[in-house]
Design a protein around this ligand. Sequence first.
Ligand SMILES: Cc1cc2nc3c(=O)[nH]c(=O)nc-3n(C[C@H](O)[C@H](O)[C@H](O)COP(=O)(O)OP(=O)(O)OC[C@H]3O[C@@H](n4cnc5c(N)ncnc54)[C@H](O)[C@@H]3O)c2cc1C
Length: 751
Amino acid sequence: MSSLPHEILTVDFCVVGGGIAGLCAAVAAARHGLAVALVHNRSVLGGNASSEIRQHIGGACFTGHYPDAREGGIVGEVWGAIRRKGGGPSVNDYAESSYVLLDFCWREPNLRLVMNTHVDEVNMEGRRIRSIGGTQSTTGLRFTVLAPQFADCSGDAHLAFLAGCRFFTGQEGRAQFAESLAPAEPRQLTMGNTILFQAEETKTEVAFEKPDWAPDLSALDIYWNLHPPLTPLTYGSWTFEYGGQLDTVRDAEQIHAELVKIVYAAWADLRNRFPDELARHRLSFISSLPGKRESRRVVGDHVLTQNDIVETRRFPDDVTYAGWSLDLHNPEGFYGKERPTTFYFFPEIHSIPLRCLYAADTDNLWLAGRDISVTHIALGGARLMASCGLQGEAIGIAASFAVAERLSCLETCKSQIGPIQQAILRDGGYIPGVPNRDEDDLARRATVSATGAATLDPGAIESWDRIGAGVGVAMPIVSGRLDALEIPVRNPLDEKVEMRAILQPNRYRRDFHPTAVVAERTILVPPGQSWAHFDFGWDLTPDLWMIHLFATEPSLEIGQTSQRVTGVHAADHFPDGKPEEFARQLGLPDPPRWVRRFNSERVASPESFHRTPCFRVTPPQAAYAAENVVNGISRPERLPNLWISGEILPQTIRLAWPEPVMIGEARIVFDDDMDLPMPHREVSPTLVRDYELHGIGAGSSTLLAEVSNNRLRLAVHRFAETPISALELKILSTHGIPQARVCEIRCYRGS
Ligand SMILES: Cc1cc2nc3c(=O)[nH]c(=O)nc-3n(C[C@H](O)[C@H](O)[C@H](O)COP(=O)(O)OP(=O)(O)OC[C@H]3O[C@@H](n4cnc5c(N)ncnc54)[C@H](O)[C@@H]3O)c2cc1C
């Protein structure tokens, strides 16, 4: 009898599962100096975003519902790289994703990829995982990986399962976590799996015969009413969903077979329904593996629930965030009579604490992806792939502290959380409510100036839109005073129309929910075009303020711009019963009457994405001052938190110190418009393209870095440690706009 050839690897951190979560965990840890093994059971990386499944990476901003919420960090880099190969969100654009991801891994010298290897063995020493084992299908090689720290990014929590950790499956009953959206009793139902497919047009007619094994769908009308019927041709529809009433791990093969039958049946049905449009189309892609949405969720030291999300609870050990919505699919999937999914929007992007990202029953098993410690309801938004990527990056960084300090996950969380959070921010990440407190960052002690700075000004009117039931505008008022607000209006009537502006603070950055009326002004708008002038004469704390605009005549029009006016967002008013119903379902104290302006036009076109009303404010608001680059927050929150120059390039921003400082590293966060969802563009027009970095010391200037065609949000420059009294960043060009925009500058001594 022979035994399998065997290879033993000893690393610092072993990640199992090469989906987006695992990839980001492995890359982050490798960049933080750990020797990493990424063990993955497929020949293509990316999990559901791989070239074999081809689901596009989505994230917190949900096509714009939550402003400025797009994910940065490693998953932001991944996104950009995939888009460079494709462009949009269609399945075709993920044809090369696995190779883009391979490229990502191959660039990391500390990262060893072990592909085609299914992990099926876990060896424990008390509460610690000592090693894991798996067999490589292509070589027959048996791998054993020894490491002090492991991560389960397998989606199905295979490692945690084999390690004997507790986990959840199905839907928790309402009483278990007091979740209003949960069913009254626990149910073994999950979201189902999906096969994506695509068709392409050929030059001649293509025959297609429905295989006998494919069901007859002619009586099943519900699906075609729910989604634009030809969408699968260009996009790959997620509604071909099945298996939520089965066990998505144990019954995966049965589910796969049924999904293949559904795809062929649906294709036959589509061709019958649209004979003219589809006669020349053939099936060009059917994913070889269904994408999986939900299976096991491992119990951590905190279980994230609906209430944590809906109440916007922030935790001391927050390391990342998620948004999107609570997107809860109907377990009946394709054959269901009800809607295939329901999106429940909560008020603000939600936090995820580190305690959700390790298994409570072991000392050294981190979690990222859809197997983290959340309830079925809370998985609704946390499972989006960009969110999974951020979780992965967070645990990769946390593992580097655990390895360095020889700590368990829990000990790491208790004793290292501050440094972990700061490391995440330093790498370009974002944790709501956690600012830069990095003592080593010399930029925090610098005085900042610039050749010029823009003030809050949406610019010229580009189009007009009806005021309808009401329009809200969130705007940063930083001067402590709002004397007057002017809005361009067009009154289509022959008589004056009453218009009201209400000044209100809002509760969270992203929910437009007013908490009190501070001031209210009513004016009469004459027929035709004019500027509606509201005298407020009001002292305010510098903050994000809401102006709600109403008119007695809904056809009154407001002039608007489609330019990105950072920090300014528009909301629509919903006076009807829907918000009440929504609040009741979600357990919100007040109906969410104001929702960010959201229309299909915006989703389809980046040009219309930022559409907001134009306005003029008195006094001018210096919302984009140079000092913002060292204020500790590197993206728009309540205030814009970035420097925007005047409208001529080049422009220079300067950090100066009273005494010379030794600097060997500069980190610059450019504005890649984190409000714009990813599928739109490879880089945003706001991103700086060409720039120079100069060190000024002892009367001379040294060129520290010179970059052309930058495509990164976070630029890290390392150079020989140099004594300087000032650092100058000269912006020469951007990818589209004539202004320099910089969110953050950090300076460190050399490493
Ligand atoms: C059809 C569909 C549509 C979706 N739509 C979107 C969307 O539009 N945008 C979005 O962002 N998200 C979407 N999602 C959700 C998202 O894809 C998942 O939540 C996400 O992929 C989870 O990431 P993950 O890395 O945890 O798991 P996965 O993507 O499942 O990756 C885990 C990887 O681990 C590997 N693995 C498993 N077990 C082992 C083992 N024992 N040994 C080694 N390797 C192993 C698997 O092969 C897999 O590749 C969708 C999901 C589906 C199914």
